[in-house]
Design a protein around this ligand. Structure first.
Ligand code: SAM
Length: 300
């Protein structure tokens, strides 16, 4: 049986066994593969990087969507940049939003995901509140006069068409589109094997937003498994949620979750000491951190 593995990062990579390749297609933007894997079922792979998989996509999508939408007092208008697999769109539509707009640059990702990974979007594209736009998210945010309550950057890592989605001008435009009261969440990579990307995104966001908060979760199909999201806002601190209020709002959605709970939400912002040290976060009375681990080296 063949295997799929992402490129090594800091000498580390993981691999999955592949039963079958359902599609291997070069779009104008990237190589698109859908693989039938042994551990995670069908998996979307873009330019040799795992994006989402049937058996574990709920972790990423619930933490990307429910954290900001339950931190925001009343999210009505949501913009998703990227997200062509439709998993984020589906979770946004579980909330009482009036608009869920998705701007995905690659129409082939949407087409092949709806065809070969239907359980991920699960009919979200047919919801009358959904507006699926094919286009560059950078240009969309630069040119829009519309305002949004929540902006979700569900993009590939900062390579190729996604580079500017982690850029200064894009975050400036995001601040304008959120109108001082909304919040943004971006996928910000692995704290273990993509620490520089995470630090760079936090530093750039801090130029435009007074509140910048990183939270983590475990995504089985991703390099290093430990994955981060970073939230930014002028007004809302997603790390400070009212657990009881979030519980009753989540219950009212009637959308079962596989990973997200309000307690997991709150805990996700309690970062381990090595990461606090690596992100130079101020000391809030916890024991002094051990020196940050060096990938490939045993902890000191
Ligand atoms: N969960 C995945 C991750 O964290 O790696 C992201 C999944 S989603 C499929 C990523 C999408 O971002 C891709 O379909 C890609 O085409 C899209 N994308 C990349 N750059 C973009 C841009 N500038 N504007 C809009 N979509 C973009």
């Amino acid at each position: 049986m063949r295997e799929f593995a992402e490129p090594f990062r800091h000498g580390w990579r993981q691999a999955v066994e592949v039963r079958a390749t359902l599609v291997d297609f070069q779009s104008p933007f990237q190589r698109i593969q859908v693989l039938d894997t042994v551990p995670f079922g069908r998996m979307l792979v873009l330019d040799d990087a795992a994006q989402t998989a049937e058996a574990e996509e709920y972790v990423y999508h619930e933490m990307l969507v429910h954290v900001p939408l339950l931190a925001h007092p009343d999210p009505r208008r949501v913009l998703i940049i990227g997200g062509g697999d439709g998993g984020a769109l589906r979770r946004v539509l579980a909330h009482p939003v009036t608009l869920a707009r998705q701007v995905e640059i690659d129409g082939d990702v949407v087409r092949l995901s709806r065809e070969l990974l239907p359980s991920i979007s699960a009919g979200a594209y047919d919801d009358p509140r959904a507006d699926a736009v094919i286009g560059d998210g950078v240009a969309h945010l630069r040119d829009t006069a519309e305002r949004y309550d929540v902006l979700l950057i569900d993009s590939t890592d900062p390579v190729g068409p996604a580079v500017e989605l982690f850029g200064d001008a894009f975050y400036r435009d995001a601040r304008r589109a959120l109108g001082g009261t909304g919040l943004l969440v971006t996928q910000s990579g692995s704290p273990l094997v993509m620490l520089d990307e995470l630090k760079a995104a936090r530093a750039l966001l801090a130029r435009h937003f007074p509140i910048v908060r990183t939270y983590v979760c475990s995504i089985p199909a991703y390099p290093g498994v430990l994955w981060s999201f970073t939230a930014a806002s002028e007004a809302i601190d997603p790390a400070r949620i009212d657990l009881a209020a979030a519980r009753s709002r989540l219950r009212a959605l009637g959308a079962p979750t596989g990973y997200y709970t309000p307690a997991v939400h709150a805990a996700a912002f309690a970062l381990p000491n090595f990461l606090r040290a690596a992100l130079e976060m101020d000391d809030d009375g916890d024991p002094a951190p051990l020196p940050p681990p060096v990938p490939g080296q045993p902890p000191r």
